[in-house]
Ligand binder design. Structure first.
Ligand SMILES: [Fe+2]
Ligand SMILES: [Fe+2]
Length: 189
């Protein structure tokens, strides 16, 4: 084996050593601007974008509540009472997601948009009033898959820009994946 000499060993790049120090000017600014609530200078310039993304997801969750409620009450009496009951469980979990999104929007200084007039236009997922159980399951699976895709994209977009929002979205995403998993099992039965 060839012996390394000085000429064939590459020198490692010397990293510039920046001191790990806090930004004192930003700390001072955090002491003032109290009307910003939980949002401090390190938040960065993407607050409006994050609020818009959260509001679109809020609309999606609210439409999902309506769709699952409709399915719960109309599937009652169809061939699987267990699935009708599970639609209600999902409706309540989507409502809890909506609450978490609205709470975070307010924490970021935004306005949660619950306006019913623009709800379905802003939602990523569609409402559905199918009368057949299989069609209901399929519509819910489509909606869950759309929600999974939207939350995954939001998590990637937000990255380290807002770790509190990202963690919340990750936790909602894992529940949407459970929903989709259940629905696809029922579709196969
Ligand atoms: Fe949800
Ligand atoms: Fe869901």
């Amino acid at each position: 084996m060839a012996k390394h000499t000085d000429s064939n060993v590459k020198a490692l790049p010397v990293l510039e050593r920046k001191p790990m120090e806090l930004d004192e000017a930003a700390l001072e600014s955090a002491r003032h601007s109290l009307d910003e609530g939980a949002v401090t200078p390190s938040y960065g310039p993407w607050r409006e974008d994050v609020i818009k993304l959260l509001n679109d997801s809020l609309a999606t969750e609210l439409v999902c509540v309506l769709r699952y409620k409709r399915h719960h009450f109309t599937a009652d009496g169809l061939e699987s009472p267990k699935i009708a009951e599970e639609f209600l469980v999902h409706a309540n979990e989507e409502a809890a997601h909506a609450d978490r999104l609205a709470k975070r929007i307010v924490q970021l200084g935004g306005e949660p948009d619950f306006s019913p007039d623009s709800l379905s236009g802003r939602s990523h997922a569609a409402y559905d009033d199918s009368a057949d159980l299989k069609a209901m399951i399929r519509a819910n699976l489509v909606a869950e898959r759309v929600a999974i895709e939207a939350y995954s994209q939001m998590i990637a977009l937000i990255g380290d820009k807002d770790t509190t929002t990202r963690r919340m979205l990750e936790s909602i995403l894992s529940q949407e994946q459970e929903h989709a998993d259940e629905l696809s099992d029922w579709l196969e039965d």
